[in-house]
Write a protein that binds this ligand. Structure first.
Ligand code: NAD
Ligand code: UDP
Length: 327
């Protein structure tokens, strides 16, 4: 008789953050116990506060790079612990690099010791300012190793390298998701990313700040689609040979996004132009052929629907407050 091992417990590092808290919700909804580990650097306790009464949920305040990790047996480990928005990860670049390198090393050691499956939240930033469009997983990227984005881009690239060395040397079952720009409720209003900035600016009647001439592009994935992809990648029995892109291929320029939001939210705001930050990638769009083939996954939420629910979230004044955070 073959015994099927049902995953009972998932450790979610970075589980109090924007994506991590939605992942905790979705795992619990599937009957999986969750141990959420977070140091509240960029995440918020309020993101997981409603879960604290759930007997299947445990919150551990710890830094994955410097603190001991929970010792209870876990079946899956998701590593989302890292600041993700450029102003946040650039605020303390050495800390960002250490979180991604030492934190990943510590969580991989836990996976090796406990036999847990390990999923790394990597990023489209490993492609840097890509010379290939759209980006496929076999593209090695074009990253400035000494620029202001390097602490994050190179930290995530080093983390991927650690993942595959732990697979080769210790047999850890690693899965790497290269996540493209994701948006949705629970983004921080002060996190400096484009969707939160533009929505909050429009809602407050302030001008929308386009960096550069706005011709650079991004492709935005709604958070519920991403979380479904992360769980599919963790659950699939045949371990993918390498990283898998998760994102929405619908590409839009920064200027068009500003115009779209001004049409959707009646406001007195206008568009103003600010200098382009250095090393800002020109174009970004995932090729999701691998995710379609291996996971049967693709995004479902149209941009106008996702933007409407994110705008509804930011329309609540307390969701625009920034009190009580580490950064
Ligand atoms: P976020 O900042 O909201 O969440 C990150 C979480 O990690 C926060 O709760 C933070 O407090 C926690 N954290 C940071 N350093 C830690 C440490 N040393 N120890 C323990 N916890 C720590 O960001 P997010 O948008 O939810 O991103 C989650 C993950 O997904 C990140 O790893 C990010 O790199 C990756 N990612 C996100 C996007 C996106 O568009 N949101 C795109 C690509 C990759
Ligand atoms: N951006 C912008 N105005 C803002 C915030 C961001 O024009 O108020 C631009 C930024 O320069 C980049 C794009 O929007 O070209 C996406 O930025 P974000 O920080 O959201 O993500 P990332 O650059 O990491 O993809």
């Amino acid at each position: 008789m073959t015994l099927v091992r049902i995953p009972l417990t998932a450790l979610v590092a970075g589980g109090a953050g924007f994506v991590g808290s939605h992942l905790c919700d979705a795992l619990l909804a599937r009957g999986i116990r969750v141990v959420c580990v977070d140091n509240f650097h960029t995440g918020r306790r309020s993101n997981v506060a409603p879960l604290e009464n759930d007997h299947n949920f445990r919150l551990v305040e710890a830094d994955v790079a410097t603190d001991p990790l929970p010792e209870e047996p876990v079946d899956w480990i998701f590593n989302l612990a890292s600041p993700a928005s450029p102003p946040h990860y650039q605020a303390d670049p050495v800390r960002t690099m250490m979180t991604n390198v030492v934190g990943t090393r510590n969580l991989l050691a836990l996976a090796a010791q406990s036999g847990a499956r390990y999923l790394q939240a990597s990023t489209s930033e490993v492609y840097g300012d890509p010379e290939l469009h759209p980006q496929r997983e076999d593209y090695w990227g074009h990253v400035n190793p000494i620029g202001i984005r390097a602490c994050y881009d190179e930290g995530k690239r080093a983390a991927e390298s650690l993942c595959y060395d732990h697979r080769r040397d210790l047999g850890v079952d690693v899965r790497v998701a290269r996540i493209f720009n994701t948006y949705g409720p629970r983004m921080r209003s002060d996190d400096g990313r484009i969707v939160s900035n533009f929505l909050v600016q429009a809602l407050e009647g302030r001008d929308l700040t386009v960096y550069g001439d706005g011709s650079q592009t991004r492709s935005f994935c709604y958070v519920s689609d991403l979380v479904r992809g992360l769980i599919a990648l963790a659950a699939v029995e045949a371990t993918p040979a390498g990283p898998v892109n998760l994102g929405n291929p619908a590409e839009i320029s920064v200027l068009d996004l500003a115009r779209l939001i001004l049409r959707a939210i009646p406001s007195s705001s206008e568009i103003v132009f600010h200098p382009l930050p250095s090393d800002d990638p020109r174009r970004r769009q995932p090729d999701i052929g691998l995710a379609r083939d291996l996971l049967g996954w693709e995004p479902r939420v149209p941009f106008h629907e996702g933007l409407a629910s994110t705008a509804a979230w930011f329309a609540i004044p307390e969701h625009r407050s920034v009190a009580g955070d580490d950064v």
